[in-house]
Design a protein around this ligand. Structure first.
Ligand SMILES: [Zn+2]
Ligand SMILES: [Zn+2]
Length: 369
């Protein structure tokens, strides 16, 4: 069938909006019509070449839609299901999956990086009949896709798809980081560096876990309103003032947890110095591959500090995404405040440019016709 999507052909170049041919689903795959797709900072990083992918790909990894057709052998989803697409498709067989860590599945990783489905092939061709790759199984910036059913999580029909798409990345990464990795407890003193989609969900999760204080830090002063709306107790603009002494003062000697949700070496160093004794720096932002961070390691043993990393909020997609959806339906996750704009596919390069200039507040979501 004919579909259209945003294809990234060269790093550093704009997306090209193209018509493509999509083959039907094979065994244990489904055809999904996307309804909404979020634009994540990692999409920008892929476009800029800061995250290396094999090109050309249809990018986008934060999407939700409706199953239109299933291939042979599908048991997890059926036609008509509303689904969240996920960029980790746990193989269920590798050591990581068997340890309950499908978020770092090594069995499907080669296909993840190569932009192939689980059988090592693509269902996408461009107008010239040349293969186009699937962006991390999801290919969120196309109006239709074929995806392994293991990458689809059915959700209740009444849950809005414009919020559901965010379950694919920023909600899961943010909430999972707080609940699965840091395991924040009531009264923990926390700091969040970077108020993008992931950072705002970390912030909200910390507030709802009754952390205090919850200090939000961002280079953009204009993000203060959103930080306060999400429940931050304090906001510091680190392009205007050094956040470290202020945080040390507010926390009476440093934070229990500092979350770095940008992937910036400067913020990581500020975050490290914001920690108290036995504090934990949780790194969830993706730092460009060629930018190392020089941590003052002497204080790691002396002060009993830790630097933690986590991929995809350490979630088990089949377990955690339905839980996050239920939680979102019962509680105020501020998703109505998180989705701040809808855009059309044709505007995607404009959206990427605005994100590069840090002009996007909350999450902008592509709305498919
Ligand atoms: Zn993402
Ligand atoms: Zn696996």
């Amino acid at each position: 069938m004919k579909i259209r999507g945003a294809v990234l052909r060269e790093p550093g170049k704009p997306y090209s909006i193209e018509e493509m041919e999509l083959d039907p689903p094979k065994e244990k795959e489904a055809l999904v019509r996307y309804v909404n797709t979020g634009f994540c900072h990692s999409d920008l990083s892929v476009q800029l070449g800061n995250i290396n992918m094999v090109l050309p790909i249809v990018a986008g990894h934060e999407a939700a839609g409706i199953v239109e057709e299933v291939g042979p052998g599908c048991t997890r989803v059926k036609e008509g299901d509303h689904v969240v697409a996920t960029f980790m498709v746990p193989c269920g067989k590798c050591e990581q999956c068997c340890r309950g860590m499908g978020n770092i599945c090594t069995g499907s990783f080669v296909n993840f990086v190569n932009g192939m489905l689980l059988d090592g092939t693509s269902r996408l061709k461009d107008r010239d009949g040349k293969m186009v790759r699937h962006g991390n199984f999801v290919s969120g910036f196309s109006n239709y896709t074929v995806i392994p059913e293991g990458g689809l999580i059915p959700i209740p029909n009444e849950f809005p798809l414009e919020y559901a798409c965010l379950m694919g990345c920023c909600i899961s990464t943010g909430w999972g980081t707080v609940t699965n990795c840091a395991k924040v407890q009531p009264g923990d003193k926390v700091v969040i560096y970077g108020l993008g989609g992931v950072g705002l969900n970390i912030l909200r999760a910390c507030v709802m876990r009754q952390a205090k204080p919850v200090i939000a830090v961002d280079l953009e002063e204009s993000k203060e309103d959103l930080a306060m709306e999400f429940g931050a107790t304090h906001f510091i603009c680190n392009s205007k003032e050094d956040p470290v002494p202020i945080i040390q003062e507010l926390t009476g000697g440093g934070a229990h947890f500092v979350f770095e949700a940008i992937g910036d070496p400067g913020a990581q160093i500020q975050g490290f110095w914001s920690l108290g004794m036995a504090g934990k720096l949780v790194c969830v932002g993706i730092t460009p591959a060629d930018q190392p961070t020089a941590f003052p390691m002497q204080t790691v043993p002396f002060h009993n500090k830790s630097i933690l990393g986590n991929n995809y909020g350490m979630i088990s997609t089949y377990v955690d995404i339905p839980r996050f959806v239920e939680m979102a339906m019962a509680n105020d996750l501020k998703l109505d405040k998180l989705v701040t704009n809808k855009f059309k596919l044709e505007d995607i390069n404009n959206v990427a440019d605005k994100m590069l200039k840090r002009q996007i507040h909350g999450r902008w979501v592509c709305a498919w016709d």
